[in-house]
Design a protein around this ligand. Structure first.
Ligand code: FAD
Length: 469
């Protein structure tokens, strides 16, 4: 009887434990993707990117004489429907870790098992299961560095080769048409622009990893903080949708280290930041929704996402060049350089005193590499409310940061058209992507700061000093 391979955020063939195990049984394998309420609730750019990923993955499966069966509705109901139509006796999938998905998957597992179906989850989205990494006293890691020390020398599963053949069923069940799902609908005018920047699929991911390990990694330490350079791996959107496994990245970095390449360990450290984010989400899921340190509940954040300061920030017109360049980079490309993320997040939560959730939600809507764990951790880290967070009184100065990390203003010129006689296409793309009712024009004067670097710093520090927690 067939095995249903329920794909979610693991759109790859290689290093896929569930798929490899299913193919090894010799039983027919039916790949399925379900657009359920969890997938429906994705932000606009993440949903758009999911659509591109699914289209590409369906083609990859076709190249293997297989198919991706698409269904829309409640996951359990749709799985039961396909089970009834195909006589499948097993449903296998790759584990995910956010609370909503865990609730859904546990429910699916319990009900299907009760009906005699072999419902099973496999690892692969992470290198280290959150429950397998413990402090000496048996707790979880609240701080990153000890976690890095605990895992840096651990064995990680060797990446699996893609299956040679995916056994097919005699009859395929029917599938929805991907185009009918219109996953790009929420993108509005931005879709056409964003499409030019998406790098989609497993092959692209593996190429990017090879290229990065070929020469990028050697300069990683020196270049990774410069937002005008292509100095990081650029793998986050692939890791987010599982087009690439973290194990494969880890192995590639170990090989690069053996070859004497210098940034390999720094790169492995970054992969462990991702693991740490999942570790925190598993042990303290409230990191997604509430101040991780509850004392921050009494901090006087502005919580209105439509507040003028929040809107200026979202629309990349705060008058602070580093922040605006970063916000526009995200709107155009679906990505933002890590330095930009830190500066934009710090400015919103400290200078503008807006709640980190406003920023987290906006990023969730605009990023193609959106990842619930990394996004929440990044925001709480920036705001000061999270574990191992930057102390509140350490306020990034977005002006001196620009001098340091974009001294020749290449990043700013790439993304901000105002004030340039002949702005580059990248800066103009922003105006093709944004909603018309933002009423922004490339030839308008560049705005004065909503809050200057020094005023914002003073206001933030004084609110912090007078806090009652
Ligand atoms: P590289 O420098 O090449 O790093 C390699 C990989 O390590 C990344 O692909 C990523 O998987 C992981 N990584 C690197 N830095 C971090 C980090 N600080 N936290 C967790 N994992 C990390 N990353 C996301 O993938 N999705 C998000 O939604 C996200 N939101 C963020 C929000 C804020 C406010 C901040 C400060 C950071 C956020 N990050 C997020 C982390 C980081 O900015 C991105 O992972 C990184 O910029 C991706 O680029 P890269 O793949 O070239 O990274």
């Amino acid at each position: 009887s067939p095995i249903l391979l329920w794909f979610r955020r693991d759109l790859r063939l290689s290093d896929h434990a569930a798929l490899s195990a299913a193919c090894q049984t010799g039983r027919p394998v039916i790949p399925v993707f379900i657009l359920d309420p969890v997938a429906q609730s994705l932000g606009a750019a993440a949903k758009f990117r999911l659509g591109l990923g699914l289209g590409h993955f369906a083609q990859t499966l076709q190249g293997k004489d297989s198919r991706l069966i698409l269904r829309r509705g409640k996951a359990l109901t749709k799985l039961q429907e396909v089970i009834a139509q195909t006589g499948a006796r097993a449903v296998w999938w790759t584990r995910l870790y956010d609370p909503e998905t865990i609730r859904r998957d546990s429910d699916v597992k319990t009900v299907l098992k009760g009906q005699g179906i072999d419902a099973r989850s496999f690892g692969g989205h992470l290198m280290f299961e959150p429950w397998n990494v413990e402090t000496r006293t048996g707790g979880y890691y609240k701080v990153y560095t000890p976690m890095w020390n605990a895992v840096k020398a651990r064995d990680v599963d060797t990446p699996l080769a893609p299956p040679g053949r995916i056994p097919t069923p005699q009859d395929w069940p029917r599938s929805d048409r991907l185009a009918d799902w219109a996953l790009d609908r929420a993108m509005n005018r931005g879709a056409a622009v964003l499409r030019n920047h998406a790098r989609v699929g497993e092959e692209a991911a593996l190429d990017r990893l090879d290229g990065f390990m070929g020469d990028g990694v050697d300069c990683y330490v020196g270049r990774r903080n410069l937002p005008s350079e292509d100095g990081t791996s650029g793998l986050s959107e692939h890791l987010s949708l599982g087009e690439l496994s973290p194990n494969r990245c880890w192995y590639a970095a170990l090989r690069a280290a053996d070859e004497g390449k210098s940034g390999a360990e720094t790169f492995r450290k970054e992969l462990v930041w991702r693991e740490y984010a999942y570790h925190l989400m598993h042990h303290t899921p409230h990191i997604l929704t509430d101040n991780w340190k509850p004392g921050w509940d009494r901090f006087p954040w502005c919580t209105d996402p439509e507040d003028g300061r929040a809107l200026a920030w979202k629309q990349g017109r705060t008058g602070i060049a580093f922040v605006d360049a970063a916000m526009r980079e995200m709107y155009v490309t679906g990505r933002m350089h890590n330095r930009g993320r830190m500066i934009a997040a710090s400015y919103l939560t400290k200078h503008l005193m807006c709640h980190w959730k406003i920023g987290m939600d906006w990023f969730a809507d605009c990023l193609t590499d959106w990842d619930s764990a990394s996004n929440a951790m990044g925001w709480q880290w920036s705001a000061g409310s999270g574990p191992d967070a930057t102390p509140y009184f350490r306020v990034f100065n977005p002006v001196t940061q620009l001098d340091k990390f974009d001294p020749d203003r290449r990043y700013v010129r790439r993304w901000i058209a105002e004030g340039q006689e002949t702005p580059p296409a990248s800066a103009l793309d922003y105006f093709s992507a944004i909603p018309r009712n933002w009423k922004m024009k490339p030839d308008a004067p560049y705005p004065e700061p909503v809050v200057t670097a020094s005023d914002g710093r003073q206001a933030a520090l004084s609110a912090y000093e007078h806090r009652d927690f």
